[in-house]
Design a binder for this molecule. Structure first.
Ligand code: COI
Length: 361
């Protein structure tokens, strides 16, 4: 059954001059548009009550299940304004499918790809004036999410669930923009374990990463790199982004998907376009020994993090309890070429050879 998202316009939308002020310097995740998409699922009736309606708080019972047992999943995607003012999404079906996979892991209901897309497209159309121009790498960040909304304290899958999409004009995720960031390699904390929820985009993974991120802040780092929990024998991912390494002989290496890391849409796009930039993509186990030796010997020449929010952000160096490794300053040539290649597709500055871009407005 496909959902109809009935539209109720916001009776008090933000004045245009205020919207323009926000779009001129949106930051990340701090401002929200006039509308949101919502739908409700109950075990008895399935998905229903779909709407695009004025943005506003949920009324939540203190016994709402998500507040206690964190049964929740989310997505991150962006709408891009092209030079001709049309607005486009980047691989939105990939986000829709990943939300299904995440939801299945968290015993949340499946939302059809077409319903997910109807919610996202409807919200982007309703709030099109909130999509910034491409200057300063700006876009409208979209946050679809789904949570257990049943008033019940027993530990079982909720029988009432809310799906929602909110939108937030965004600039670069890191306040320094495309400046290289330093990464803390945590030897104390793990993010996920085999058989756990590491491959699902659920809030708990991000909550679990926070303590290590603060450990990183204490060492002047912006993000944390996690090593596999049990054997400590492979690199995994950053708190909210995937990791790539470039080697002197032209390989582009990223940790293989082992069930403990997130399958990033940007990650998979980078693996696809790497050969176009003369790089050989490789997904495999990256041992800490090879990694630290490669940093020390110069075999690893570049490193970057990637994700919808971060796009492609160069890494300047890594720090851990055992020491510090710097990557060559001003050496992020392949990283920046990959970053520009992805952004050029997203902003429609080059032909969309992979069929990744979908026009919404
Ligand atoms: C995204 O890249 O969209 C994410 O969900 C990660 C988060 C750090 C913002």
């Amino acid at each position: 059954m496909s959902l109809e998202f009935a539209f109720t316009p916001n009776p008090a939308p933000r004045p245009q001059d205020e919207v323009e002020q926000v779009l001129a310097d949106p930051g990340f995740g701090a401002h929200f548009t006039d509308h949101m998409a919502v739908a409700t699922w109950t075990r008895a009736d399935g998905w229903h009550d779909a709407a695009i309606k004025p943005y506003g708080p949920f009324q939540m019972d203190p016994a709402g299940a998500v507040l206690h047992y964190a049964q929740e999943v989310f997505e991150g995607m962006k709408a891009y304004r092209h030079a001709d003012d049309s607005i486009h999404l980047f691989r939105p079906e990939a986000n829709a499918r990943r939300m299904q996979t995440s939801a299945a892991r968290m015993v949340l209901p499946e939302l059809d790809v077409e319903d997910f897309l109807a919610a996202v497209n409807g919200l982007v159309r309703a709030d099109a004036r909130w999509v910034p121009g491409s200057a300063g790498e700006r876009s409208l960040y979209l946050r679809p999410f789904m949570f257990a909304d049943e008033v019940f304290l027993g530990v079982r899958a909720a029988e009432r669930v809310t799906f929602c999409v909110i939108a937030s004009p965004a600039g670069p995720y890191f306040s320094g923009g495309v400046k290289p960031v330093d990464i803390w390699v945590s030897s104390t904390y793990a993010r996920a374990g085999v058989g756990g929820t590491g491959a699902a985009k659920c809030g708990g993974n991000y909550a679990a990463s926070l303590i290590a991120q603060y450990e990183g802040y204490e060492h002047g780092c912006s993000q944390v790199l996690f090593i596999e929990a049990a054997g400590k024998d492979r690199l995994e991912e950053l708190g909210g982004m995937n990791l790539f390494l470039v080697t002197a002989d032209g390989r582009l290496v990223t940790p293989a998907l082992t069930g403990t890391i997130l399958e990033g849409v940007t990650r998979s796009s980078i693996l696809t376009i790497a050969p176009e930039l003369g790089l050989t993509p490789q997904e495999h186990r990256i041992t800490p020994e090879w990694f630290f030796d490669g940093l020390a010997s110069g075999e690893i020449t570049e490193a970057f993090s990637c994700g919808t929010a971060a796009v492609v952000t160069p890494i300047g160096g890594f720090k851990s309890d055992a020491g510090e490794w710097r990557l060559p300053a001003n050496g992020s040539h392949k990283t920046l070429a990959l970053r520009n290649a992805i952004l050029d597709i997203q902003y429609g500055r080059v032909p969309d050879a992979h069929g990744w871009v979908t026009r919404v407005v």
